[in-house]
Design a binder for this molecule. Structure first.
Ligand SMILES: [Zn+2]
Length: 365
């Protein structure tokens, strides 16, 4: 590993080696942080794990419980991406220990491992195969259709990656790249074994978000939501994605707080395409006029490789091919959190900037 050039070598120790280690460190740092006011734990039920592994989402409220302004920092909405999200949370906790101060009337709510199963087993989806970031739809209504996914479903499980790529290329030639990405990743509600499956009921992570929103009366506070993701976009680039609908207050606030670095799928300038059932939509509905919600997405390898590793993961799990599942776990970790100290260093620097922008935005209203 190369040595970081702007941060101390120790700063990169916040990147965990496993979910278990990340959880233990999070709980340890939160317990020793003088700002910690409250902790909550939400275990995942009905999943058999090793006896020494507890699958749970953990919350920590730092600063005054009455604070009018709250930064909510979320990790592992897509389980495997918790390697990066937990590092960002751990880094912030370390900086609080070093004296980084919170402004008056401001609190931080850390949501650790929103999808603990995916984090522990190196998958994007949860224990029910659900992509939590496609799960925030109204299950009392007809679920969104994705005819493109059904067109590509057989190719998705194609064992031969060369053949799969040819079939994908044919689809891109006919329908275009954006339609292809929406077909694969926009969200689908018909194939529980497949990628980007939004589920047929609220997932564990959604129930946690809904509970904590009520518990902390987040609808009555000014909010800055940062949901940390990885694996999409240029290598080591931290993209601040604004999914608020165009011309709404949240859309304008995100542009104001985060400046020219903000991208918006609705304008077509983002690495991300329009998607169904995002966690963002929960916050948009809850958000008072002045707050905003952004995804902080750290790019790694190319989008084709992203699809390759995710599709291979689903193929291996569907076939219960244990050798392929083991290989996939390694490939997933490398794609979503490369073992490259330069990559990791840039992640921490950008995350610190974005957190500072959020706290400044909250302070200035
Ligand atoms: Zn993600």
């Amino acid at each position: 590993m190369s040595l970081p050039v702007a941060l101390n070598v120790e700063a990169l120790n916040v990147f965990p080696g496993s979910y278990r280690q990340a959880r233990a460190r999070f709980l340890e740092r939160v317990s020793s942080c003088s700002l910690t006011q409250e902790q909550q734990s939400y275990p995942v039920s009905g999943v058999l794990t090793r006896p020494d592994t507890v699958l749970s989402t953990e919350l920590a409220w730092l600063g005054s419980r009455q604070a009018a302004r709250v930064l909510v920092l979320i990790s592992a909405t897509h389980g495997i991406e918790g390697f990066v999200g937990a590092a960002v949370q751990n880094d912030l906790l370390a900086r609080f220990q070093e004296g980084y101060a919170l402004a008056n009337d401001t609190a931080v709510l850390l949501v650790f491992a929103l999808n603990p199963y995916g984090f522990a087993y190196h998958r994007r989806c949860d224990e029910k195969g659900i992509d939590l970031n496609r799960n925030f739809v109204d299950f009392n209504k007809a679920l969104p259709a994705n005819p493109g996914y059904q067109d590509l479903q057989a190719s998705i499980y194609q064992h031969d990656p060369g053949l799969r790529d040819m079939e994908f290329q044919r689809y891109r030639d006919i329908c275009g790249r954006t339609a292809f990405e929406i077909a694969i990743s926009g969200g689908q509600y018909t194939d529980p074994d497949g990628p980007f499956f939004g589920g047929h009921e609220p997932a564990h992570g959604r129930r946690v978000i809904e509970h904590l929103s009520e518990l902390y009366q987040l609808d009555s506070r000014q909010l800055a939501i940062i949901d940390v993701h990885s694996g999409l976009g240029p290598y080591a680039h931290g993209e601040v994605i604004n999914d608020h609908p165009l011309k709404t207050p949240g859309y304008e606030v995100a542009n104001l707080w985060y400046g020219a670095s903000v991208t918006a799928p609705a304008t077509g300038n983002s690495s991300s395409v329009n998607k169904q059932g995002l966690l963002d939509y929960h916050w948009h509905a809850l958000m008072p006029q002045r707050g905003c919600c952004v995804t902080l997405e750290f790019g790694s390898y190319h989008t084709e490789r992203l699809f390759d590793v995710i599709l291979e993961d689903h193929r291996a799990w569907k076939a219960f091919d244990t050798d392929a599942m083991r290989d996939s776990a390694v490939a997933m970790q490398e794609h979503f959190c490369p073992r490259d100290s330069y990559w990791q260093e840039l992640v921490l620097i950008k995350a610190r900037q974005v957190i500072q922008q959020a706290l400044d935005g909250l302070r200035h209203g």
